[in-house]
Design a binder for this molecule. Structure first.
Ligand code: MLC
Ligand code: AMP
Length: 461
């Protein structure tokens, strides 16, 4: 079986096969660097973690793990001690020091990474990605080589993605979007990839790509910069995902670039399961059809199938080759996320049209927030706030926001501390993007007879 990322795709190598923040690397250089990183793995290493900065070092480390059968755990580079301790403690991964990776990059191995080891078994875990639930600390999503390969092949098919493409994006390298699609996808297909470090409109405009990836916040910012938007007119495909693309942004983007965007839907646990096709109908507000190897169904509140009439809402459930292998160390959470007959419960509420097209209409739980395309669990932020000695009560919600989709807002009962101090406190203990952008101090929080905070009342007040 072909490895997830083959050393060669049967075409001549290019010195700029992968460019990150202006630094180019050929495939040969990357595989050499990966072999040098892998040479630093301990015997029987169970997993390695990397501070996933937007850098060639991150790419080489991920490749090292994938080619040597050692699961890789990407850690958000700005994650605070609370988050890092949890990720390393839960995964048992050894965090490779940035200096170790830099040293390996400076002295790449003459041997290639792939030839140094046997191809890892398809059902072995390639990546463990930490992602938020509604409560508690993030859970480790175990993704097998086979699931990753199946999803990338399905997307290459849906998007007619070939080695002639030049993919451009500036998304973080610790999530599915930027890392799996944005790096492993390009390496598997054999297209060039240009990572712009940050996903700014100016950087996208300068990159001259044929395919661009962005979360809706990125596309919204592109449409506010008409000159940059127009510079994308020569591209073939503009792909949006990770959160709902507002219809006005879809329309403005199409108007400015002349390219109708492709929207696709996915989750860390399932990878990308539904997408508009490059050669198909792309409709604002709709995320398209299940990709190859994926089946979907809608289930109503009473547990019975909801009709595919484009109007009836139900919980979206999925199954197929792209699904994860469970949450690490959390058989309870894994079992809860599947139905008795083996379908994964996405927690997203959707409608399906008679033509099979999907439209995501919301989430079942208000405690999972999507801000700037990042999934943030209200419970994790509340826990971080409650760790502050001055905080007595905390409730975190996502409030609709033009730029971010949802803005993280915290309602807090506390003495002798300001909102900005609490924002900074969360930014230090968790990743910066999990910080509440607004902290509203209250005398008390509205609770029901059971003592549970009434979050709906908070957002209405
Ligand atoms: C701000 N900063 C702070 C701070 N406030 N630093 C310390 N303390 C504070 N209190 C700094 C940050 O470090 C950063 O620095 C800068 O300010 C801006 O950070 P930000 O506020 O987080 O950025 P923002 O402009 O709001 O980001 C928008 C964005 C970002 C779109 C660029 O949200 C983003 O990259 N989103 C992508 C999320 C994603 O990839 N999701 C995919 C999940 S996978 P500096 O130096 O860094 O600029 C998935 C599956 C699927 O969902 O379907 O795809
Ligand atoms: P994550 O695990 O970070 O991948 O987040 C997954 C969640 O992002 C899904 O459960 C959806 O709620 C949301 N999501 C991803 N893509 C889309 C999309 N195109 N439209 C609406 N929501 C999306």
């Amino acid at each position: 079986m072909t490895p997830l990322v083959p050393e060669s795709v049967g075409l001549p190598d290019r010195r700029d096969a992968v460019v990150v923040d202006g630094t180019p690397a050929s495939r040969e250089e990357l595989f050499g660097a990966a072999a040098a990183v892998a040479a630093r793995f301990d015997d029987g290493e169970s997993a390695v973690a990397v501070r996933a900065t937007p850098s060639l070092g991150t790419v080489a480390t991920v490749l090292a793990g994938l080619t040597h059968g050692v699961p890789v755990v990407p850690v958000p580079p700005d994650a605070g001690p609370r988050e890092v301790d949890h990720i390393l403690g839960d995964s048992g991964a050894r965090l490779l020091a940035d200096e170790e990776i830099a040293a390996a990059l400076a002295a790449p191995s003459g041997r290639s990474a792939a030839s140094a080891s046997a191809v890892p078994a398809p059902d072995s875990v390639g990546l463990i990605l930490y992602t938020s639930g509604t409560t508690g600390p993030p859970k480790g999503v175990q993704l097998s080589h086979a699931a990753l390969a199946a999803d990338l092949d399905a997307l290459a098919d849906a998007w007619a993605w070939t080695p002639d493409d030049v993919l451009v994006h500036g998304l973080p390298l610790f999530h599915v979007h930027g890392l799996v699609l944005g790096v492993l996808g390009a390496l598997r297909v054999g297209s060039r990839v240009v990572h712009t470090r940050r996903p700014t409109p100016e950087a996208y405009a300068k990159a001259g790509g044929s395919m661009y990836f962005g979360v809706p916040t990125v596309w919204s910012r592109v449409t506010e910069d008409a000159a940059s938007a127009r510079a994308l007119a020569g591209a073939r495909l503009l792909v949006s995902g990770s959160a709902p693309l507002p219809v006005p942004v879809f329309e403005r983007l199409a108007g400015l670039t002349g390219i109708v965007p492709v929207e696709r839907y996915g989750m860390t646990e399932t990878l990308i399961t539904v997408s508009a096709r490059a050669d198909g109908d792309k409709r604002a507000g709709w995320v398209g059809l299940p990709v190859d190897g994926v089946e979907t169904r809608l289930v109503g509140e009473d547990g019975t199938p909801a009709p595919r009439d484009g109007e009836t809402v139900g919980e979206l459930q999925v199954r197929g080759r792209t699904l994860f292998d469970g949450y690490l160390n959390r058989p309870d959470a894994t079992a809860e996320s599947f139905t008795a007959d083996g379908w994964f419960r996405t927690g997203d509420v959707a409608v399906i049209g008679a033509d099979g097209r999907h439209r995501i209409v919301g989430r079942a739980s208000t405690d999972l927030i999507k801000s700037g395309g990042y999934r943030v669990g209200a419970g994790e932020v509340e826990g971080a706030l409650l760790a502050h000695p001055a905080v007595r009560e905390a409730a975190v919600v996502g409030v609709p926001h033009d730029d971010l989709g949802q803005e993280i807002v915290a309602f807090v009962v506390a003495d002798g501390v300001t909102g900005p101090e609490l924002t900074a406190f969360v930014a230090e203990s968790l990743s910066v993007h999990k910080r509440p952008r607004r902290v509203l101090l209250r005398e008390d929080l509205p609770r029901n007879a059971m003592g549970k905070v009434q979050k709906k009342q908070l957002t209405e007040s």
